[in-house]
Design a protein around this ligand. Structure first.
Ligand SMILES: Cc1cc2nc3c(=O)[nH]c(=O)nc-3n(C[C@H](O)[C@H](O)[C@H](O)COP(=O)(O)O)c2cc1C
Length: 446
C-alpha cells in the first residue's frame, strides 16, 4: 500500500480531516496537529499550505487503528498476537534467527509509481517550522537508505533530516544507528557515503525503518511480510543504491567525511528543545518526484503525540521477540505518555527476580539497549495504564527500580513546565478561520 492509497483508505474510514483553506507551514500546522494528536483526532491533510508547493499530511499514524492499518491489521493487539505466533512457529534459538526465517517467504509483486528527475532544488520542500525557536525546516518521516562500503545490503532508518539550503541537508544519526555505523566505515575508507532519502514511502516501510529489527533483517523484507507483497526497487540516478518504486520523492546525495553542521534546536518529546548537535551534512546530487508528491510529516512535542503510536507498535515487536529471548518476562508495558523515555514496567515469572540483573539482561538485547528506567512489578500490582503509571512509579519501592545514570525522572514526571506549549489562542483563531468544528479535530476516536 503506497502512501496515497493509505490516505484514501483513511478518508473512506472517516479517519482523515482534509483541511480546506490556506494554512501557514510555520507554526500553524503544529497548532492543528498538536490538537488532533493530544485528543485522539484524525489524520490531517493540508492541501493548501503557505510555504509548501506540495500537500503535507500529519498524524497519519496517530491512533491504534491508524497505526495498525498502516501495517495491514485492524488493531495493534492483533498485529502483536500474529507476529508472536509466527515467531513461535519458526525454528531458531533467538528471535533474530526466527525473524530472519520468517522474512524469507515469497511475496506478490509490488507497485510502481512514475517519478521524474528534477533539478537539485530543496526549496521545493515544505518550509515548515514546528516550534518557534527552530531555525530550519525538518523532515520528520524521512526514510534514509545507506550501506557499508563493500556490501550491497541496504539499511533503511527513520532519522530526522534538516534542510540547510537548496542543496544541503543535515542527518541526525544517533550513536549505534545503522546509517551512523555505515558512516564510520566510509570515513575509515576516506570516501563519501552515498545516501537516498525517501519522503512519502509506503506506510509499512516508514514503520519498518523505525522498528526494533535485528541487523540481519532487512526493513524492506519486513515491509513485504506485513503487506504480503514485495517492494519493487530501481537503481538510483546518482548514487550506487536502489530505492523502492512506490515512493513520492527521493533525494540522493553524499555525506562527505568529516563535514558536519549544527542542526540547531528541534522541539522534541521531552517538551523542550533538543537537537543542536553537530550532525553529518549531505550534499544533494539528485532529486526525483511524482507529479504531485504528498509529504508525510510528524510533529514532535510533549507527549502524547503521533510518534507514540509508532513506539506502541514497536512494543508489539519487542513483546513478540521477548517471548523467545527471555520467556521468564511475563509482561512488558510502556505507557504512551512515557514513550521514548526508555521507561518500561515488567513482570517476571521468576519469583526472586532482581531488577538490576533483569535490567542487565534486557539491555543486552539489541532492541532494548536504550532502557533507562526499569520497574519490576509484583504480580498483584494493578495493570499499568495511562492514568496510573506515574503513581505506580512513585509507589514502587526503590529495590524494584533500576535507573540508568542518564534517566531524567523530573522530565518524565512533568515536574517542571514545558518550554513547548500549544498556543491555544492560535488554535482557536485557526479553527474559526478554517471553519473547523472543535469536535471534528478532537473527537474522532481511532
Ligand atoms: C518519529 C521518529 C523519529 C526518529 N528520529 C531519529 C533520529 O533522528 N535519529 C536516529 O538515529 N533515530 C531516530 N529514530 C529512531 C530510529 O528510527 C530507530 O532507532 C530505528 O530502529 C533506526 O534504524 P537503524 O537501527 O537501522 O538505524 C526515530 C524514530 C521515530 C519513530
Amino acid at each position: 500500500m503506497n502512501i496515497r492509497s493509505y490516505i484514501e483508505r483513511l478518508r473512506d474510514r472517516n479517519e482523515l480531516l482534509e483541511v480546506v483553506g490556506e494554512v501557514d507551514a510555520r507554526l500553524e500546522v503544529t497548532a492543528l496537529t498538536d490538537l488532533a494528536s493530544k485528543h485522539s483526532g484524525p489524520g490531517l491533510l493540508f492541501a493548501q499550505l503557505r510555504g509548501s508547493r506540495f500537500p503535507v499530511a500529519t498524524n497519519l499514524f496517530g491512533s491504534d487503528s491508524r497505526m495498525a492499518q498502516a501495517l495491514g491489521y485492524e488493531s495493534l493487539a492483533s498485529f502483536g498476537t500474529e507476529l508472536r505466533s509466527a515467531l513461535l512457529a519458526e525454528e531458531g534459538d533467538t528471535s533474530e534467527r526466527r525473524l530472519q526465517r520468517l522474512l524469507q517467504g515469497p511475496h506478490a509483486e509490488g507497485q510502481s509509481i512514475a517519478r521524474s528527475v528534477h533539478g537539485v532544488d530543496l526549496d521545493l520542500l515544505p518550509d515548515i517550522r514546528f516550534w518557534p525557536a527552530e531555525q530550519r525546516s525538518f523532515l520528520t518521516l524521512a526514510v534514509v537508505i545507506s550501506r557499508a562500503p563493500k556490501s550491497s545490503a541496504q539499511n533503511y532508518g527513520l532519522y530526522r533530516v534538516g534542510i540547510v539550503d537548496n542543496n544541503r541537508l543535515t542527518l541526525n544519526l544517533l550513536p549505534g544507528s545503522g546509517a551512523g555505523q555505515h558512516l564510520e566505515l566510509w570515513r575509515a575508507a576516506a570516501k563519501p557515503m552515498p545516501v537516498a532519502i525517501m519522503l512519502g514511502a509506503d506506510p509499512a516501510l516508514i514503520f519498518a525503518a523505525a522498528a526494533p529489527l535485528p541487523h540481519g533483517c532487512n526493513e524492506v523484507d519486513f515491509c513485504a511480510y506485513l503487506t504480503r507483497s514485495s517492494i519493487r526497487s530501481s537503481r538510483c540516478q546518482s548514487v550506487p543504491l536502489s530505492c523502492p518504486d512506490s515512493v513520492q520523492l527521493v533525494i540522493e546525495g553524499w555525506v562527505d567525511a568529516g563535514t558536519t553542521m549544527n542542526e540547531g534546536p528541534f522541539g522534541c518529546y521531552t517538551g523542550d528543545y533538543g537537537g543542536s548537535n553537530d550532525t553529518p551534512l549531505v550534499r544533494v546530487s539528485s532529486l526525483s518526484l511524482v507529479e504531485e508528491p504528498l509529504i508525510p510529516l510528524t510533529v514532535a512535542g510533549p507527549l502524547p503525540m503521533e510518534d507514540c503510536w509508532i513506539a506502541r507498535a514497536n512494543l508489539e515487536i519487542i513483546r513478540a521477540r521477548l517471548a523467545i529471548d527471555l520467556p521468564e518476562i511475563s509482561s512488558i508495558e510502556m505507557p504512551l505518555t512515557a514513550a521514548f523515555h526508555g521507561l518500561y514496567f515488567v513482570r517476571s515469572r521468576e519469583i526472586s527476580a532482581r531488577v538490576d540483573m533483569l535490567a542487565q539482561r534486557l539491555r543486552g538485547l539489541d532492541y532494548l539497549r536504550r532502557i533507562k528506567l526499569l520497574i519490576l512489578l509484583h504480580d498483584n500490582a494493578p495493570p499499568v495504564s495511562e492514568l496510573n503509571w506515574r503513581e505506580l512509579l512513585r509507589e514502587t519501592p526503590e529495590p524494584q527500580i533500576w535507573r540508568a545514570p542518564s534517566a531524567d525522572l523530573s522530565t518524565l514526571l512533568n515536574d517542571h513546565p514545558h518550554k513547548l506549549q500549544s498556543d491555544h489562542q492560535l488554535q482557536t483563531r485557526l479553527l474559526q478561520r478554517l471553519r473547523i468544528d472543535y469536535t471534528e479535530i478532537t473527537a474522532q476516536q481511532g
